[in-house]
Design a protein around this ligand. Structure first.
Ligand code: SF4
Ligand code: SF4
Length: 294
């Protein structure tokens, strides 16, 4: 049976025939850009593009980490980041007349600033063309590991400060999964570094809302999800996304279970009770789903 047919009914969704879908695909291809929307073949593309939103992947298509759930290619990225990428993204955003842009990046652990400048350069290039546009950032953890520690630097904070000083409308960093499954699911990132990054973001720039997300279906229990939500609230995280993990290929970590729409609704109520100001919870919710509706 093809994998699509084994999906529960609530996850089968026609992609739709919005003309905006083709327009975005053409520009992304022509400009040699990468989007999470296309690379992940996100089921929400027609809806998001029609609403004037897309998520661009900065730093090239190859990631230095290899998270077990992620469809982005893994390996050693080209020695230097493409200096013209920011301009190409800005051109695409202008051409597509997007209203709300989400910028994310592969983890560039090979770069001195771990990719912080990819965000700030692209934001500056976009704003030069469209000064009023809303830009959300979805960043890696900027954790420099042993190299930073040996140099006695708290560089994660410096890189974070650099990105926040560009004043995004929302700072997003995903916790991805519950505490017990972090090691199995993520590579390089940890529970503590991610929560620390979110807490530091709120401390440095309290006026910029922080956001995080979890994928469900990797084997976590409801109690573990609630504990993760509590930990996020302790880190002052204000916005939350909960969505179903879908396996991109047989090489990726398998789905342990499909959470039902009713369970997502129940978790949303718990999250609201814990004090999240904005909660998006549903099988097809992704980190950037309806990001424009604040
Ligand atoms: Fe792109 Fe996010 Fe929308 Fe999916 S939910 S189409 S990744 S903006
Ligand atoms: Fe994917 Fe992990 Fe790399 Fe992010 S850090 S792009 S989730 S492999």
């Amino acid at each position: 049976i093809p994998p699509q047919q084994r999906l529960p009914s609530w996850l089968r969704r026609p992609i739709g025939a919005a003309t905006q879908l083709e327009a975005v695909q053409a520009v992304v291809k022509q400009q040699r850009l990468h989007t999470i929307c296309e690379e992940g073949r996100c089921p929400n593309r027609a809806e998001c593009y029609a609403a004037g939103t897309a998520t661009f992947l900065l730093g090239g298509p190859i990631c230095t980490r290899s998270c077990a759930f992620c469809q982005v290619e893994k390996g050693l990225p080209p020695a230097a980041a493409d200096p013209l990428e920011a301009e190409r993204v800005a051109g695409a955003v202008e051409k597509l007349q997007l209203k709300y842009v989400v910028l994310t990046a592969v983890a560039r652990d090979d770069m001195e600033d771990h990719g912080a400048s990819l965000f700030t350069n692209t934001m500056a290039a976009i704003r030069k063309r469209l000064p009023q546009i809303a830009i959300e950032v979805l960043t890696p953890d900027f954790w420099g590991g042993q190299r930073d520690l040996e140099a006695g630097l708290s560089s994660q904070r410096l890189r974070l400060r650099q990105v926040l000083s560009a004043n995004p409308v929302c700072f997003n960093h995903n916790l991805e999964t519950v505490q017990r499954l972090q090691g199995e699911v993520r590579r390089g990132a940890t529970w503590c570094h991610s929560l620390g990054l979110l807490a530091a973001a709120h401390e440095i720039a309290p006026n910029i809302p922080t956001k995080s997300g979890l994928m469900l279906g990797l084997g976590e229990s409801k109690a573990e999800v609630v504990a993760a939500m509590e930990a996020l609230r302790q880190a002052q995280c204000q916005r939350l996304t909960l969505g179903q993990y879908l396996r991109p290929s047989l090489a990726h970590i398998p789905v342990a279970r499909y959470w039902t729409p009713a369970e997502f609704t129940e978790l949303a109520a718990i999250a609201t009770g814990l004090g999240f100001a904005q909660v998006r919870s549903g099988p097809l919710v992704r980190s950037s789903y309806h990001a424009e509706k604040n």
